[in-house]
Design a protein around this ligand. Structure first.
Ligand SMILES: [Zn+2]
Length: 211
């Protein structure tokens, strides 16, 4: 199967300027060997929060009994997916507008409220527990958003994270949807198998569904 040009990349570039939560560890790549310095290899390492760019939270990030990322079933992270656009930058997205619109097991919300992955802003849209319950009722197993978190930036209650824990859903945060038309896709966004980790960066892509 030739997939060339058939996919849409929804992952921001990872670099030192990639915005992270204030106080979290930014992305840093150190070049240890390089052709430029006359060495026989390019070789580098990275230091970063695991919540960098497009990433998925493990349940252990928001619950003391939660599974860590390598324990999660990968089937959360690939398959049928629906992109829904939300206008008006609500603080928390409520279910009212989507009551009969949920038609896939994975839902990505395009809020356009964190437009530049390199520039932090805290007034981005988040999800509501009510919305999570509504998605669960509609058999959704993964919810994603084009912002750094499913809860508001300054929120400490983590009500949406908790509702997601209770519903055993997966979370995709930090995706870029500015160039994505709402509709049906296949999502692929696999986490790395990092032992004990509270999250993992993913390379998230959408593949258009053939009609
Ligand atoms: Zn996160």
């Amino acid at each position: 199967m030739d997939m060339t040009g058939q996919y849409i990349d929804i992952s921001p570039i990872l670099r030192a300027s990639t915005a992270v939560f204030p106080g979290d560890t930014p992305f840093e790549r150190t070049v240890n060997m390089s052709f430029k310095k006359g060495e026989h290899l390019d070789l580098s390492d990275i230091k970063t929060t695991l919540h960098i760019g497009a990433h998925t939270d493990a349940p252990s990030h928001y619950h003391s009994d939660g599974k860590t990322i390598e324990e999660r079933d990968l089937s959360f992270y690939f398959g049928s997916c629906q992109v829904i656009e939300v206008k008006g930058n609500p603080a928390r997205i409520m279910p009212n507008d989507f009551l009969d619109k949920i038609t896939a097991q994975r839902i990505l919300f395009k809020t356009n409220s964190f437009p530049n992955p390199d520039v932090w802003n805290e007034n981005f849209s988040a999800l509501s527990p009510e919305l999570i319950h509504h998605l669960k009722k509609n058999n959704v197993i993964l919810v994603g958003i084009d912002t750094p978190s499913v809860d508001p930036a300054t929120d400490k209650t983590l009500a949406s994270h908790k509702a997601i824990y209770d519903s055993d859903m997966a979370i995709l945060e930090g995706i870029v949807l500015t160039h994505v038309t709402p509709g049906m896709y296949q999502l692929i966004a696999l986490p790395l198998r990092i032992e004990g980790a509270d999250a993992s960066p993913v390379r998230a892509i959408l593949v258009r569904e053939k009609k």
